[in-house]
Design a protein around this ligand. Structure first.
Ligand code: UGA
Length: 445
C-alpha cells in the first residue's frame, strides 16, 4: 500500500521504516531539510538499535523515501500518517499546532479520498479537531463533491531502545474508528505484523486516544508507587528488592515496571501524565492519582542529590562527582527529562563538578550543556572515576553491572557509591569496603 508519514521523529521514522520493510511504499515528509538530506544518505538522527540498517536497506530498495515537499506527500499515500511532535505547552497540556498544521497541509493538497491516521500522542478529542480542520479547508477549496476522508486514531506503543522490535512485533494494534472502510485499510496495512493471533483492537476514536494516555499513565503510576514504597522501606529498614520480588510474583501485579529508581524520564511519561492531568481539568475533573504520580516523580528525581548532600554534610563546593549514565534509560542517547539532568543541575548549584560518562549520550550532553568547566565528559567509565570524590550511577547500562570495584577504589578519593538503580548486591559492595547507598535498601556507610 502507499503510505505517507508526516514527521520523521522517533515514531514516524521507525513506523515508516518498518512499514517499508513489510513491503509498503512509504514516503516520509519532514520540514527539517538537513534531517531529510541526511536520511537520504543513510544518516539516522537518533540512536535506535536496528534502525540504521532498516532505513538504509529500504531506501536502497526504493520502498522508503524522504522529502520536504508536502504536496508530494499528500499526493503519494492513500493512508496519511500524522506522526509529528506534541510538545508540552507552558501549562503541561499538549501543543497541537504541529498536528493541526499537517491536517491543513493534507486538506490543502488532497483531491481524492484519504484516510488520515493519527500516530502522535494527542489529547482525547484531537481527531475531531483534525477532522474539523480538514473539512474547513476542503469546503473552501471545493464548491461541491469534496474528496472523502476519515480520521483514525492509531496510537503508537513503541519503547525507545526497542522501537524497531516493538513495531515489528506489536503486542496490540489499536484502531480507533467507526468507518468500516478505514478499518479495512488499516487491517490490510498491518496484516504483515498481525500474525499468530489477532492483535488488532478496534474501538471508537476517543477511546483509542485515551487508551494511549491510560497505558503510559498506568506504567508511570506503577513506577511512582514503587518509588514511594522504596522510600518507605528505607525508613523502616526493609529491602525494596525483596519486596519487589514478593509482589511481582503475583501475576495480577507482575514483574514489569516495578523497578524503583530515580524517577521516570523520557519524552513520554512525564509529558503524558501532565497532559492527562490538564485534559481532566479541562472537563472539571480532578485527576487525584495522576497528580500524586507526578509529584512523587518530581521528588524522586532529586533523591540521589539528597543522599549525596547528606553524606557530604551539605559541603559539596569543589567536590568532583563521577556520574555513570546520562540517558534517561539504557540503549538510547535521549536525555529528555532525564533524572541525570536534575541531579547534575542540583550538584552544580551546590558548587560541585561533574565527571560524566554515558555509552551513547555524550554528544547529547554536549549539545544541551555545551562546553562547561562544571561538566567534564569522559570517554570511558574508568575515566570518569579519576580523582572523583564519589561515584553515582544514574542509568542502568549493561556495562555498569559488573564493575571492577578495586579500580573504583583506586580512583575515588572517598570510597562511596550512590546507586540510583540498585545494580549491586549491598553485601558485596560492603565486603569491598565501599560505602554504598542505593534506593529502598539500608545504606552501608
Ligand atoms: C514509554 C512506554 O513504555 C511505551 O510503551 C510508549 O509507547 C512510549 O513511552 C511512548 O509513549 O512513546 P519509553 O519512554 O521509551 O516508553 O521508556 P520506558 O522503557 O517506558 O521507560 C520510561 C521511564 O521509566 C525510564 O526513565 C525508566 O528508567 C523508568 N522506569 C521504567 C523505572 O524507573 N522503573 C521501571 O520499572 C520501569
Amino acid at each position: 500500500m502507499k503510505v505517507t508519514v508526516f514527521g520523521v521523529g522517533y515514531v514516524g521514522l521507525v513506523q515508516g521504516a518498518t512499514l517499508a520493510q513489510a513491503g509498503h511504499e512509504v514516503l516520509c515528509i519532514d520540514i527539517d531539510k538537513e534531517k531529510v538530506k541526511g536520511l537520504k544518505k543513510g544518516v539516522i538522527p537518533i540512536y535506535e538499535p536496528g534502525l540504521e540498517s532498516l532505513v538504509q536497506e529500504n531506501y536502497k530498495a526504493g520502498r522508503l523515501n524522504f522529502s520536504c515537499n508536502p504536496e508530494e506527500g499528500v499526493k503519494h499515500g492513500y493512508l496519511q500518517f500524522i506522526a509529528v511532535g506534541t510538545p508540552p505547552d507552558e501549562d503541561g497540556s499538549a501543543d497541537l499546532s504541529y498536528v493541526l498544521n499537517v491536517a491543513q497541509t493534507i486538506a490543502q493538497y488532497m483531491d481524492e479520498s484519504k484516510v488520515i491516521v493519527n500516530k502522535s500522542t494527542v489529547p482525547v478529542g484531537t481527531a475531531d479537531l483534525v477532522e474539523a480542520e480538514i473539512a474547513k479547508v476542503l469546503e473552501q477549496r471545493f464548491s461541491d463533491s469534496e474528496p472523502q476522508f476519515s480520521v483514525v486514531s492509531n496510537p503508537e506503543f513503541l519503547k525507545e531502545g526497542a522501537a524497531v522490535d516493538d513495531c515489528m512485533r506489536p503486542d496490540r494494534i489499536v484502531i480507533g474508528t467507526k468507518c468500516k472502510q478505514s478499518e479495512e485499510a488499516l487491517r490490510e496495512l498491518y496484516a504483515p505484523f498481525n500474525r499468530n493471533h489477532d492483535k488488532i483492537i478496534v474501538m471508537d476514536v476517543k477511546s483509542a486516544e485515551l487508551t494511549k494516555y491510560a497505558a503510559n499513565c498506568m506504567l508511570a503510576t506503577k513506577i511512582s508507587f514503587m518509588n514511594e514504597v522504596a522510600n518507605l522501606a528505607e525508613c523502616l529498614g526493609a529491602d525494596i528488592e525483596q519486596v519487589r520480588l514478593g509482589i511481582g510474583s503475583d501475576p495480577r501485579i507482575g514483574y514489569h515496571f516495578i523497578y524503583p529508581g530515580v524517577g521516570y524520564g523520557g519524552s513520554c511519561f512525564p509529558k503524558d501524565v501532565q497532559a492527562l492531568i490538564r485534559t481532566a481539568e479541562s472537563c472539571d475533573f480532578n485527576a487525584k492519582v495522576l497528580k500524586a504520580v507526578e509529584s512523587r516523580n518530581v521528588e524522586q528525581k532529586n533523591i540521589l542529590y539528597k543522599k549525596i548532600e547528606k553524606h557530604f554534610s551539605g559541603n559539596l563546593k569543589g567536590k568532583k562527582i563521577a556520574i555513570w549514565g546520562l540517558a534517561f534509560k539504557p540503549n538510547t542517547d535521549d536525555m529528555r527529562e532525564a533524572p541525570s539532568r536534575v541531579l547534575m543541575e542540583s550538584l552544580w548549584n551546590a558548587g560541585a563538578i561533574v565527571q560524566a560518562y554515558d555509552p551513547e549520550a555524550m554528544k547529547e550532553a554536549q549539545r544541551i550543556y555545551g562546553v562547561d568547566e562544571k561538566l567534564i565528559l569522559c570517554g570511558t567509565k574508568e575515566g570518569a572515576l579519576k580523582g572523583a570524590d564519589a561515584l553515582v550511577i544514574v542509568t542502568e547500562w549493561q556495562e555498569f553491572r559488573a564493575p571492577d570495584f578495586e579500580l573504583i577504589k583506586e580512583n575515588l578519593s572517598e570510597n562511596v557509591i550512590f546507586d540510583g538503580r540498585n545494580l549491586y548486591n549491598p553485601e558485596r559492595v560492603k565486603d569491598k569496603a565501599i560505602k554504598y547507598y542505593s534506593i529502598g535498601r539500608v545504606a552501608y556507610t
